[in-house]
Design a protein around this ligand. Structure first.
Ligand SMILES: NC(=O)c1ccc[n+]([C@@H]2O[C@H](COP(=O)([O-])OP(=O)(O)OC[C@H]3O[C@@H](n4cnc5c(N)ncnc54)[C@H](OP(=O)(O)O)[C@@H]3O)[C@@H](O)[C@H]2O)c1
Length: 398
């Protein structure tokens, strides 16, 4: 890509990862051209982004938002075309004038455009871990068959990726196992018996990272790490037992590869998503990210702890679902999205999130055929959401 302009679509540009991506892109106008931006609720921010980056197209979820956006863009003399709905997201992801797609939508809603980008052979920068958790083998087949380049953006997976050789065929012979680090979130030291009454604001107050609300709650329950274990299984083609998790409260080591000969390779840096984003954008080169440099003399210590599974029971569900029936990880993801949304809306308590996830998994048999399609996965996602809502109703009655 060196020397050529990389034409970029950012799905979920108004979110935390989306905004950080634009921050990196703005530092390198000679390298990147923004072709498409998308938002869901925050139209004001999308207007500002369109005015600054002048994309060819902007995508919003419904006609009401499109009308507001068109009026605002016209008032500012911005010629961006406004498109509507999930179909327009997939069209943008596969468009001929797009080289790279930053997948930064939150949740399973990101799966169809990710699949479209994979099938169209794009360079696909994947922050949207839920898409891979739901899509699994089907997603990876689309990447392979479409000739896409899949680049991890999650800081842990970017760290693993940076520790491995560029030649993917060498990975299997190098890796003994990988260690994903986890900060432990805001409740790492809190008495597990007191977790039932934590508020959404307490749960989203992450000690090290500034992120969207859903992933922040997932970090507080450690469901985020569970989703990352599942993501790592697919990204690095590893059996579940080769993926381990250790608590590392400082979030300086972003993850590690333990090699067959006992060597441990780690990637370090300040906790700033601009680093993995810049690496995804520039791979295999490296560009300025704008992140603060690590100052070793300021580091007090790097410490490690085992995960207390009583405090974080959701983490075990990663290995359970990976070893379970095909589609189990999609059921877990759907239940968790429903439960987290309910928690953020004040409808259920914090510890109920795990009860909803575990009970939905117990109840729903995925019944996915080995040659399942994207539509089959989306139908399973819907069924799992309905089952999770039913579980929440029943929990309210207890
Ligand atoms: N934030 C991080 O540091 C971080 C780190 C690693 C991985 N990730 C992953 O990156 C993804 C994005 O995380 P985030 O923290 O950036 O989330 P976020 O701040 O909540 O942003 C999510 C983006 O997706 C859009 N969106 C939400 N629901 C949508 C839907 N149903 N259809 C289409 N667009 C939708 C949002 O639009 P509006 O804002 O306009 O509503 C926003 O642009 C997640 O999968 C997360 O796990 C994030």
């Amino acid at each position: 890509m060196s020397g050529t302009l990389q034409r970029l679509a950012i799905l979920g540009s108004t979110g935390s990862v989306g905004a950080s991506t634009l921050d990196v892109v703005a530092r390198h106008p000679e390298r990147f051209q923004v072709v498409g931006l998308t938002s869901y609720q925050r139209i004001d921010l999308l207007v500002d982004q369109c005015q600054r980056f002048r994309p060819r197209v902007a995508v919003v979820p419904d006609e009401g938002k499109a009308t507001v956006l068109r009026a605002e863009l016209a008032a500012r003399r911005v010629a961006t075309e406004v498109r509507v709905g999930p179909g327009a997201l997939s069209e943008l992801a596969a468009a001929d004038d797009v080289d790279s797609v930053m997948a930064a939508i939150v949740g399973a809603a990101g799966l169809p455009p990710c699949m479209a980008a994979a099938r169209a052979g794009k360079r696909l920068l994947l922050a949207n871990k839920e898409a891979l958790v739901v899509g699994g083998a089907l997603f990876m087949r689309a990447v392979r068959d479409g000739g896409a380049t899949l680049l991890p953006i999650d800081s842990e997976h970017s760290a693993i990726f940076q520790c491995l050789p560029e030649d993917r065929s060498a990975w299997a012979s190098r890796i003994d196992h990988i260690v994903l680090t986890a900060s432990g979130g805001p409740f790492r030291q809190r008495d597990p018996d007191s977790l039932h009454d934590v508020t959404p604001e307490q749960a989203v107050a992450h000690p090290n990272w500034v992120m969207g609300r859903k992933i922040s709650v997932d970090s507080a329950t450690m469901m985020n790490k569970a989703l990352e274990v599942i993501e790592a299984r697919w990204l690095f083609d590893l059996q579940p037992e080769r993926i381990r998790v250790v608590l590392h409260p400082q979030s300086i080591i972003h993850s590690m590869v333990v090699c067959r000969d006992g060597s441990v390779l780690a990637q370090l840096g300040t906790p700033d998503m601009k680093v993995p984003i810049a690496y995804g954008l520039s791979f295999p080169e490296r560009i300025e990210s704008g992140a603060q440099r690590l100052d070793f003399l300021q580091l007090q210590s790097l410490s490690f702890e085992p995960v207390d599974m009583r405090r974080f029971p959701g983490l075990q569900l990663a290995w359970d679902t990976l070893r379970g029936a095909a589609g189990s990880t999609a059921v877990l993801n759907a239940a968790n999205e429903v439960a987290v949304a309910a928690f953020l809306a004040g409808t259920i308590g914090f510890t109920a999130i795990h009860r909803v996830n575990a009970t939905t998994l117990d109840r729903l048999e995925p019944h996915l055929s080995p040659d399942h399609s994207l539509d089959d996965l989306l139908a399973l996602d819907e069924r799992a959401r309905a089952a999770a809502r039913q579980v929440m109703q029943e929990l309210k009655g207890t």
